[in-house]
Write a protein that binds this ligand. Sequence first.
Ligand code: HEM
Length: 364
Amino acid sequence: MPDESKPLYYWDYLQLDRILDAQRPLSGDDGPAAHDETLFIVVHQAFELWFKQILHELDLVMTIFGRDHVPEKDVGRAVSALRRITEIQRLLIQQLDVLETMTPLDFLDFRDRLIPASGFQSVQFRLIENRLGLTPRHRLKIRGAAYSDVLSREHAGWLHDTEHEPSLLDHVDRWLGRTPFLHFGDFDFWHAYRQAVDEMLARDRRVIETHPNLDEGERAEQIARLEVTVATFAALFDRDRWSALMARGKRRLSHDAVLAALLINLYRDEPMLQLPFRFLMGLVDLDEGFSAWRQRHALLAHRMIGGRIGTGGTSGHEYLEAAAAKHHVFDDLLDLPTFFIPRSALPELPVEVQGQLGFRYSPA
Ligand code: HEM
């Protein structure tokens, strides 16, 4: 219980006794102290504190989107929380510059003492991944082992529980799937959009077939690429094909959710769609922020340990690069621009639909 008679004291409020007493370098116990080990510990601890803050912000976003109805003003709060996380991610990437003032030789002064501990065992990092929706199926396996095999039984238990809880991806999928924007009364948006797409693809085909600067080989190559785009669109227009891609783990968002996300992106200039659009962009920023961090961390590991294995026993920077390439969650949102058509080709929304998507203000 705080003593009410005493004014609050900065040191006590922040529990600095505990925090500042938690840097205990291992070197120096039975040999020369490695000066840089303190930096190594402080940087990791700072990371873990920021991971804690990221989880706190994610909790807010998940509480908002876990509900059956998401009020407009709460979408704004979620957008702000995502923005805060992306700023933290920027800071995390910058912190690695501070760590790189330690040279590989300085690191060698204490590195071997760390084995088998590693950032690979960061429970909070794994929690963030699980909360976002990175499933065991979408993770890299290391020599057939799961990420949780290197954790204490207690920590592995926590993480396994979160694997079975709805993730942010699940919440977003459900929210998008029930968006009212998918159906506009008599106006069949998807028919109109499909016509616009067919015209755009036919135009692209004509350009390739008649372009004077392409030789026959280049023309054939361009047509083959166009066919890939045509097939991608075909999956978008065909629920069964989309479900087949989901079953193979190639797509994560449901067909309805992707159509809603596409619509929100295409008509984002409509006032009612601005906040949902900014929220979707926030998710893309979040995924991109973690990818940027993973790539930067892989470069740091390469520079610090060269081609050696990590203290946690992975192949080191090669594993980290592969994880950076694979461990995404919101790929479906990242891939959406494949389906964009220019504003000028967008089907015009009927006036009553435009009215529904505008802000309404009625003075008392
Ligand atoms: C000298 C600096 C560092 C080196 C050489 C390094 C190296 C590595 C290596 C090689 C791995 C792969 C697992 C293993 O075999 O150990 C790893 C994983 C990891 N490290 Fe670092 N690391 C460094 C700093 C940091 C910092 C400051 C953090 C911040 C918390 C961090 C967080 C992580 C995380 C979260 C993983 C798991 C990544 C994943 O599985 O996708 N590392 N690190």
